[in-house]
Design a protein around this ligand. Structure first.
Ligand SMILES: Nc1ncnc2c1ncn2[C@@H]1O[C@H](COP(=O)(O)OP(=O)(O)OP(=O)(O)O)[C@@H](O)[C@H]1O
Ligand SMILES: [Mg+2]
Length: 567
């Protein structure tokens, strides 16, 4: 172990130099780098990468960076003082300039390749060479791996410039999408949903790129204008950024006999994944085959819990491909995501996404990714029949476990010890028929109302008298099922811990990024505060503004109710 890891971090004094001292590349160094990589990291043209786990790449800094935000919660976890975010060294590094970082940090970053399966179907067409060797982190560049207070973190710039995987694109992210990703990561963490974390966000005051987007009040499905937008770099942090698609890339190479070391590289990556994400779940002494069985079990557990959490908070990832599925089982890639406002089982904000990735279809999409994960790793089990049997049990038991987790989630949302499936079905039907706001409904229900008046705030339409009658009956039955032995207050409090009051509402986020694009971050910071305390009641003023049904003009509105890919 590097002696620097013992160094205590102090909340008031840490500088970039201190942070650099915590750098630890030992795990990464045990992997292979691309043998064809340049030595100086100037590797910005699309090209095929045939082997190796990463390519050293220098980020391209954004010009005239300005501070937009940092995560106070993550800073606290890392024992960074808030003031660090405004120091020159910190701004330079996290706006892409690694030329002056102190040793032992390196003056280059790294990007990785990955494969893509969409809903379980393999693709290579998205790669400019049609081989899959040119696909991966096209604009994501990691700059630091560090052990801080005993926890290993990777820090990755998004929008940090072109890499060999950029496919001819500019390697940039715009401020709009960076604000969305930054806030969403903060929000999801506060909602108790595992996620990559936001560290900080810097925007350029002079560099802009064009992106297709929606004109004001557009009802178009596809973007109808080209907008010049400021570029930005957000830094996200996670124990690793390994994706199911990454394992898949290496497994495809084994299958295709792509090169002599293909099997070895797949196995190295598997062990690396365990070190990075599952070291506490898996016995170090076990054989590779047994490690693999344990990994499949642990990943299945995390993935099923994750998707149950998504449903709990109304989150739709939108594009749950294998390359957007973190092998560590947390949410990754906040592109065309959205949160369900008016309850719709097939809610999907991304115009390119289709029903397969829609809201209540996400358990199935997760199963497809899990299936890809298993197919990918199965070649490492061939000589161990026992392990293979156990592995297959885990593999084919995904949907049963998923169902169990979903039932537990609904029971918790309804304040029940045991779910009555019939009661749930009746409710979901009523919610669709009435047009109900998903978040407001469950929060109102958490007050354990006596009658329909208590939940009416969540209705987008006035229900017919027949529907009102059905609601009353449903509420009565539900009330008989909640366990009030220890008092109604206790049930209510428990429900308020799983049913947030404040949720991401796109029509409230749009003004924040529009204002930020003009250099004013007031609304963005207000949102950051509101969304990082989603279970709190908050002030009357905040309640009036944010605990609110979506106004009618924001239905069918381009860039709000739906959008094309994120950018
Ligand atoms: N402007 C861009 N320049 C270069 N590559 C890009 C750009 N936009 C997207 N890509 C790459 O295209 C692929 C698909 O994009 P997608 O929207 O899933 O990812 P993303 O939002 O950039 O990234 P991530 O999954 O890392 O959060 C990714 O491999 C991504 O790196
Ligand atoms: Mg992606």
């Amino acid at each position: 172990m590097n002696k620097h890891h013992q160094k205590e971090t102090s909340a008031t004094t840490i500088t970039l130099k201190d942070l650099a001292q915590l750098a630890d590349y030992s795990l990464m160094e045990s992997l292979n780098s691309d043998p064809q990589a340049t030595t100086n990291g100037e590797d910005h043209e699309p090209r095929q990468v045939f082997s190796g786990h990463y390519v050293p790449v220098k980020p391209t800094p954004i010009r005239n960076p300005v501070y937009v935000a940092h995560s106070k919660a993550l800073f606290q976890t890392l024992a960074f003082d808030d003031s660090l975010a405004l120091t020159e060294d910190f701004i330079r590094l996290f706006s892409g300039d690694v030329s002056h970082v102190p040793e032992p940090m390196r003056q280059t970053g790294w990007a990785t390749g990955y494969a893509l399966s969409i809903f379980g179907n393999e693709y290579t067409e998205q790669c400019p060479f049609q081989t899959g060797n040119g696909y991966g982190d096209g604009r994501a560049i990691s700059v630091l791996e560090a052990v801080i207070n005993g926890q290993r973190w990777e820090m990755q710039l998004k929008g940090g410039g072109r890499t060999p995987y950029c496919r001819g694109a500019d390697g940039r992210a715009v401020l709009r999408s960076s604000i969305r990703e930054f806030l969403a990561q903060e929000h999801m963490h506060a909602l108790g949903v595992p996620t990559s974390r936001s560290l900080c966000l810097f925007a350029s005051q002079s560099e802009r790129v064009n992106r297709p987007w929606y004109s004001d009040d557009s009802h178009s499905t596809d973007p109808d204008v080209l907008v010049s937008e400021p570029v930005a770099i957000s830094t996200r942090v996670a124990p690793s950024f390994l994706r199911v698609g990454q394992l898949e890339l290496f497994s495809r190479r084994v299958r295709n006999n792509a090169h002599a070391k293909a099997q070895e590289e797949l196995e190295m990556l598997l062990l690396h994944l365990i070190d990075r994400e599952y070291q506490h779940d898996i016995n170090k002494e076990a054989s590779t085959a047994n490690k693999l069985v344990a990994l499949a079990g642990a990943f299945r557990h995390r993935l099923t819990s994750l998707v149950a959490d998504w449903l709990r908070v109304g989150y739709c990832q939108g594009n749950f491909n294998s390359d957007n599925c973190a092998a560590g089982g947390f949410t990754l890639d906040y592109g065309p995501f959205g949160f369900c406002e008016r309850f719709d089982p097939v809610f999907q904000p991304w115009t390119g996404g289709g029903r397969h990735f829609s809201f209540l279809n996400q358990p199935l999409a997760a199963e497809k990714n899990f299936e890809t994960f298993c197919t990918t790793l199965a070649p490492l089990l061939v000589n161990d029949a026992d392990a293979e049997t156990q592995f297959n049990e885990i593999r084919y038991g995904f949907s049963a476990l998923m169902e169990e987790k979903i039932e537990e989630m609904w029971a918790a949302k309804l304040g029940l010890d045991v779910l009555d499936s019939e009661l749930l079905l009746q409710l979901l039907k009523l919610m669709v028929q009435t047009s109900v706001d998903y978040t407001i409904f469950f929060r109102q229900l958490s007050h354990i109302p006596d009658d329909i008046k208590g939940v009416q705030k969540s209705f987008y339409r006035t229900p017919s008298s027949e529907l009102q009658e059905q609601w009353s009956q449903w509420l009565q039955t539900w009330r008989t099922q909640i366990n009030t032995d220890q008092g109604i207050e206790l049930v209510s409090n428990k429900m308020k811990k799983v049913n947030p009051k404040y949720i991401w509402r796109e029509w409230l986020v749009v003004p924040a990024y529009q204002q930020a694009m003009k250099g004013d971050f007031t609304l963005m910071h207000e949102l950051q505060t509101v969304l990082t305390e989603p279970f709190e009641e908050q002030s009357k003023e905040i309640e009036e503004k944010y605990y609110h049904l979506r106004p009618p003009e924001f239905f069918q509105a381009g860039g709000i109710s739906h959008y094309s890919c994120s950018s």
